[in-house]
Design a protein. Sequence first.
Length: 313
Amino acid sequence: MMQVEQGFISALSLKEHTVHHGVDLAGVEVTTADGCCFTIESEHPLPEFFVSEERLRERLMHELTLVHGIGGMREQICRRRGIQTLTDLQRTNWKVEAREVADILLNGTPRDIIQLFREKGRGADPLLVGLGAAVPKEDLLFFDIETLGMVHSPIILFGCGVCDGQTLRVTQYLLRDIGEEIAALELVADMIRTHPALVTYNGRSFDLPFTNSRLSYYGERECWPALHFDLLHTSRRLFRSDLPDCCLGTVERQILGFGRTEDLPGYLVPVYYQRYLRTGDTSPLKQIVDHNRSDVTTLALLLAKQTEMMYGS
């Protein structure tokens, strides 16, 4: 099974207390060296999305267009002549580069393969979701944040999903007040560093840069996962022609086949949190937490769906 480069595992001393401090949600207070935050745990069925490493590499070996000079039309001509894989190309004028590309696909790490696709202008190729299904499940971290909607504003809720057998364990770090952000950030950064394969939806442009911006604000070290699977980009490649947009809610309804009932729209999250801060009423927090939890669990379902589409069930 594919191995992912491991990052530094920070040592946080955690102490858990079963308390609520006025927040009407079942959870615990987690204490770090920089303070505490409120943590909510939940468990959900984990969809099947495994692709064997052998199957993944064999499928990628059919991508003749990874060789310079072979476009779509030339690929069709090659296939009509019986050239189906990069190995077959090694008896043609493309043999040198075909051998180099094949070596990366057959022996390279996931990062090497992703870099190859990026160099070919195919960094968002849906085939790459298979790498997320081929790495050890325990390396995956499904990640989503909620903010106050403004640049450089605090992150008020972090959603982190990890795989445990057939279960997706979702841990949410909720700020009961803005002063708890640094504690939540440190806990989340630790999870990112110990789960080197991040799965997000628009996280390459939003969730991860925003998180690192907030870490930098507090003078903390940024965290960059070894692998990052942003399912928004693959969704655009796979579904754009069939959908009015590729918002996560649209993909849920029309591709995954379910919709959320009574879900809080993402754009209202800042309004609801400000209402909580202003009035002390904790009921808006539950809707924010539910919305974030649904986003995290949908990431696992969408990874499974995209993997099935690209590699079969």
